[in-house]
Design a protein around this ligand. Structure first.
Ligand SMILES: [Zn+2]
Length: 281
């Protein structure tokens, strides 16, 4: 996107035809609106940062070897970036649908027909099974990829608009206003709500959210991957019931849904740690 922006600037200063500048501005706006992939980077960083604090010693040591000494946070958005990389895209094209699980209005996650290209549930089950039961047979590069995917996908599964409706592409086509600025429901939940609720860094988010008792963490990490998807879907159903297209939302929405976004981040962080401890601990 920044390349396009630089091109605009350069053509402006080079005195190129106005029509070309207008074309580039339009391209810039279109590229800028293609924010359809996941929690924004902040959300994924918060989740990875919380998980990192709850790893067992052994899991930490094994992960350190697999991730080449990098942290979970370092790779939390890798899966979003890789699918858009001009260098790596080809190898990861098949992962484009792995970030979400759409459920239309009249369906549940159990009755909705599954995407034959894969979804967040099938992708998570695949990487967990591979890492947990077949790790010794995996080439190092695949083990590295699957671990980075696991870190990211547990986050996506807890992002309500990644269990949104197929009919509006997970809220991407449901236009609303956020503090009078045009946006859509997907972007609101990926990033704008997080940014509005607290202007914290990911470490400040971790420090301020991650204060649950052991018994609470145990309760939050119980259940299966399928149960967790269902829970997110139930949150999503409430979000759709609340929203009116083209309406402006601001402080009231923030106060009603701030605690919900906080809980989703916390659940994802604790559950990611629980999975990593089970696999690598
Ligand atoms: Zn994603």
């Amino acid at each position: 996107m920044y390349v396009v922006f630089l091109l605009i600037l350069r053509s402006y200063f080079n005195g190129m035809k106005r029509i070309f500048c207008i074309f580039l501005v339009a391209l810039f706006l279109i590229v800028g609106s293609l924010d359809v992939f996941a929690w924004g980077q902040r959300g994924h960083d918060i989740i990875a940062s919380i998980a990192e604090k709850h790893l067992t010693r052994k899991a930490k040591k094994n992960l350190n070897a697999i991730l080449g000494g990098r942290s979970l946070v370092y790779y939390s958005s890798w899966m979003d970036n890789v699918q858009n990389s001009p260098y790596w895209k080809d190898g990861y094209d098949q992962t484009k649908t792995w970030h979400y699980f759409n459920v239309d209005e009249e369906y549940t996650p159990q009755t909705m027909s599954r995407n034959p290209k894969g979804d967040v549930l099938s992708a998570l089950n695949m990487v967990i099974d591979s890492l947990e039961n077949h790790r010794s047979e995996l080439p190092d590069s695949v083990c590295f990829d699957y671990t980075r995917m696991l870190i990211h996908l547990v986050g996506d599964m807890h992002c309500p608009m990644h269990v949104g409706r197929l009919s509006d592409r997970g809220g991407n086509e449901l236009k609303i206003k956020w503090f009078k600025q045009s946006t859509n429901l997907h972007t609101l939940w990926d990033s704008k709500l997080i940014e509005s609720v607290h202007s914290w860094s990911y470490t400040e988010w971790q420090q301020n959210l991650d204060r649950c008792k052991k018994s609470e963490v145990a309760q939050m990490t119980s259940g299966t991957i399928e149960d967790w998807l269902n829970e997110t879907w139930q949150v999503t159903v409430g979000i759709y019931e609340y929203i009116t297209p083209d309406e402006n939302y601001s402080y009231k929405y923030m106060f009603d849904y701030g605690p919900v976004v906080e809980r989703q981040l916390l659940l994802a962080g604790y559950r990611l740690a629980a999975l990593l401890n089970r696999i690598f601990g």
